[in-house]
Design a protein around this ligand. Structure first.
Ligand code: FSX
Ligand code: SF4
Ligand code: F3S
Length: 400
C-alpha cells in the first residue's frame, strides 16, 4: 500500500504522530485538511496531499515583523481554531521571530532574528504586518535602531517568500488614510506604504483589517504542500480568496436583486436582514471571501454584513478607510436596478397555489438571468486585471 489513498486509513502511523503533536483527534485533523483544501479551491481528494504535507512537519522558518498597525492581524490569528495558531506555530511552522509572541526582548530578540536569517538563508518565509512609513527617511517607525524600511529590505533579501499580511502591509491600510486637514491632504502623516512599494517588486498580499486567518493559514499550507505560494492576481492577492466580489456570494443578495433595502440602522428592513447597499455597503466593489468563509468560528453569518453592518471594503485599496462609510458603492459589474420589482409575497404570508406557480415561473426566469449574471460576474476579476495591466503599460510608456 502506501499510495495517496492510504490517507483515508485513519489508523496509519503518521496520523497518530500528528494527533499527539497537535493534540487534536485525527478525524478533526482530516476535516481541517479537507476544509483548507476546499478554501484553496483544490480538487476533490487534494486533502490527501495537504494532510501528508502537514504530517511531515517540515517546519519552515518564519520571521514575522510588525510595523505601523494595531496588531489585529496577529490577534485574529490567535482566535483561529482547527487548530489554533499556537499549535500551528509550534508544529507546522517554526516562528523564529515575532515581536508580540516571543519571550525574548531587546538584544536577545534581535539576535534571534539574525540567527534565524543566517541559519535559514534563502529558505525562510518573511511575514510583514503593518504599513511602512516613508516620510522623513522612515523615522516614524524604528525597531532595534533600524527603520522599518531598512529592516524590510534586510529581511526580504534572503527570504524564500514574502507575505504582506493585513491591509496595512498590503497597500498602506488605515495608516495611509488622508487626513481631512487641507494642508495635509493627498498624503498620510507618515507616508504609509505597503511592502511591495518598499521592495519595488510584487509580494503575496493578504489584505483585510484584520484579514481572515484562514486565508493566511491556507496560503502557508499551500506553500508546505506544493513548495510554492498560491497563484495571485496583479495586487499579489491569492486568487482562491480574492477573485470574487463579496456581493457575488452575499447572503443578502436576493434582497438586493429584489430591491429590498435597509434604509436606516434598526428600521424594519434592517431587522429583516435586507440588503445594506443604501447604508453604504461596499460589497459590490470589494474582492474578498468574507461572505463564504466567515470569521472566528463563532457560528454562521459571522462577518460584517452577516452581523448587520455594511462592508466598509477593508480589503480593497481606494475603498477601505478612503471612501466615506455611508457613500454608496460603485457597481463594478452590474448596475443596481433603476426599477425595483414589486414584492409579490412578504415573508410569513401563505402563498396561494396559483401565486406560488406564478412565483415559480418568475423564479425560473430569474434563475436563467442569474446564470447569465454569474457568467458575467465571473469575468469581473479578469476584466479588472486587464484594466490594471493596460494602465500599468500606459504608465510605463509615459515614464519611459
Ligand atoms: Fe490592525 Fe494588522 Fe488592520 Fe493593519 O491588521 S487589523 S490595522 S490591517 O496591520 O494589525
Ligand atoms: Fe450584500 Fe452588500 Fe451586496 Fe447588499 S450590497 S447584497 S449587503 S454585499
Ligand atoms: Fe472587510 Fe468587508 Fe470583509 S469590511 S472583513 S472586506 S465584509
Amino acid at each position: 500500500m502506501g499510495g495517496m489513498n492510504d490517507v483515508f486509513d485513519l489508523s496509519r502511523a503518521g496520523l497518530a504522530d500528528v494527533e499527539s503533536r497537535l493534540d487534536m483527534p485525527r478525524r478533526d485533523f482530516m476535516k481541517f485538511c479537507a476544509t483548507l483544501a476546499a478554501t484553496l479551491g483544490l480538487p476533490a481528494g487534494a486533502e490527501a496531499a495537504v494532510a501528508k504535507a502537514m504530517e511531515s512537519a517540515q517546519r519552515p522558518s518564519v520571521i514575522w515583523l510588525h510595523f505601523q498597525e494595531c496588531t489585529g492581524c496577529t490577534e485574529s490569528m490567535l482566535r483561529a481554531e482547527h487548530p489554533t495558531l499556537e499549535k500551528l506555530i509550534l508544529d507546522v511552522i517554526s516562528l523564529d521571530y515575532h515581536e508580540t509572541l516571543m519571550v525574548a526582548a531587546g538584544h536577545q530578540a534581535e539576535a534571534a532574528r539574525k540567527q534565524a536569517m543566517e541559519a535559514n538563508k534563502g529558505k525562510y518565509v518573511l511575514v510583514i504586518e503593518g504599513s511602512i512609513p516613508t516620510k522623513d527617511n522612515g523615522i516614524h517607525c524604528k525597531v532595534g535602531g533600524q527603520t522599518a524600511i531598512e529592516m524590510t529590505k534586510e529581511c526580504a533579501k534572503d527570504a524564500a517568500a514574502v507575505i504582506a499580511i493585513g491591509s496595512c502591509a498590503s497597500w498602506g491600510g488605515m495608516p495611509s488614510t488622508h487626513p481631512s486637514v487641507a494642508a495635509l491632504a493627498g498624503s498620510s502623516p507618515t507616508g504609509a506604504a505597503g511592502v511591495a512599494e518598499i521592495l519595488g517588486k510584487p509580494v503575496v498580499t493578504i489584505p483585510g483589517c484584520p484579514p481572515n486567518p484562514y486565508n493566511f493559514l491556507a496560503t502557508v499550507v499551500h506553500f508546505l504542500t506544493f513548495g510554492k505560494l498560491p497563484e495571485v492576481d496583479q495586487l499579489g492577492r491569492p486568487k482562491f480568496a480574492y477573485s470574487r466580489l463579496i456581493h457575488e456570494h452575499c447572503e443578502r443578495r436576493a434582497h438586493f436583486d429584489a430591491g429590498r433595502f435597509a434604509m436606516e440602522f434598526g428600521d424594519e428592513g434592517h431587522r429583516k436582514g435586507y440588503c445594506l447597499y443604501k447604508l453604504g455597503c461596499k460589497g459590490p466593489e470589494t474582492y474578498a471571501n468574507c461572505s463564504t468563509l466567515g470569521f472566528g468560528d463563532a457560528g454562521e453569518n459571522n462577518w460584517p454584513v452577516g452581523c448587520g453592518h455594511p462592508c466598509i471594503g477593508c480589503t480593497e485599496k481606494g475603498v477601505g478607510f478612503h471612501k466615506p462609510i455611508h457613500q454608496v458603492a460603485k457597481m463594478l459589474n452590474v448596475s443596481p436596478p433603476t426599477q425595483y420589482p414589486r414584492i409579490v409575497e412578504e415573508q410569513g404570508k401563505a402563498a396561494s397555489f396559483a401565486s406560488a406557480a406564478a412565483i415559480a415561473a418568475i423564479a425560473g426566469a430569474a434563475a436563467g438571468a442569474a446564470v447569465m449574471m454569474t457568467k458575467n460576474l465571473g469575468l469581473s476579476h479578469e476584466a479588472e486585471e486587464l484594466k490594471r495591466t493596460k494602465q500599468a503599460a500606459a504608465q510605463d510608456q509615459s515614464g519611459a
